[in-house]
Design a protein around this ligand. Sequence first.
Ligand code: SAM
Length: 372
Amino acid sequence: MEIHQRFTQWAMSQGVEINGIAAHRFPGKGLGIIAEKRHKAGDTLLTVPEGALRSVRTVPKRISAPIGSITVHGLLAADLTADVSPHRAAWRAVLPNKKDFGESVPLMWDEQLQQFLPLPAKKLLNHQKSKLKADWQAVSAAFPDFSKDDYLYNWLIVNTRTFYYVPPRSKKNLPRDDCMALNPFADYFNHADEGCEVLCTSTGYEVVTDKPIEKGTEVHISYGSHSNDFLLAEYGFMLDENKWDHVKLDEYIIPMLSTAQKEDLEEKGFLGEYTLDKETICYRTEVALRIICLPRGKWNRFVSGLDDGEKDQPSVNKQLLGILESYQDDASKVIKSIQSLNVGLDCQRVTLQRRWTQIMNLLQSAIQRMGA
Ligand SMILES: C[S@@+](CC[C@H](N)C(=O)[O-])C[C@H]1O[C@@H](n2cnc3c(N)ncnc32)[C@H](O)[C@@H]1O
């Protein structure tokens, strides 16, 4: 852990204040943060001053000027790729390596394996691919000596380690995707579905405990209310216990709708985003299923709140059950296909199977709740 001690010293020299926590290796998670003493709820564990962040404001002109217009993500990745400064060597030394990303992040997987990601993860992946392509086009034109491999590595560093950040006194409204900064030492924190509070103030960041934490246990923050498909596509991991996990039923419901039904749903703002979580199906799904199985007048009364829909619930449930069962059949076929695949790494195929098993479990719980 010598490199971590060196980095910790360096971070403190940049004004970072660390209270009773340290970097620690956790199996299956890389590095994370461990409590070195007992903390009570409301304790400030970490303060990172504005001046220690790496953001759009700290990118030198010699990097930004030749590139011109580009996302903040793409620019920070270019800045990291060019960075050989001894000043930040201690920080570079504690970052994950290319092999870590190669195993975990779907963007690095064989395309044949990527095809087996659940649709929401695949959509995020496609978005990443087009963002990366545009960023690399702009950066490689300005810096033809950069290796694509190094740029991709740094692009993933930015993707997996930045915090939401709006530079103070920004004149223009940055798009959400561009609000990001690298945050030394804070970027050691791993994610859980609930974690310490991360406060972004005008002077920097603070991490404050949300509950008492025992000495020797891992301390988490929450990267957001993310499903496992999101965590997998964006960060290359999934949680076993994730209260925000859900599956989308759009692939099954939308093809069942006629053009007129889609138009009606669109007009009322209910087309798509049909979600099943650990406890319920969402109201949007109820509305879509009812347009399929009820006469138009009844559907209108339900949507306008004149009918609570109780009497028609059995027909809706029957419709839903059929959908959940065919989704289950498909998921079990996907798992079998992954088992017979010969591409990619074992750990990647295991991750995919784990995700599809989680999906099967979500579907099974919903079926059981319906009393089927
Ligand atoms: C901000 S970094 C956290 C520090 C990182 N673990 C490291 O080794 O440097 C985010 C990355 O940590 C890993 N990670 C975060 N939370 C995790 C968790 N609960 N389980 C497994 N890996 C996790 C993922 O690889 C993710 O892309």
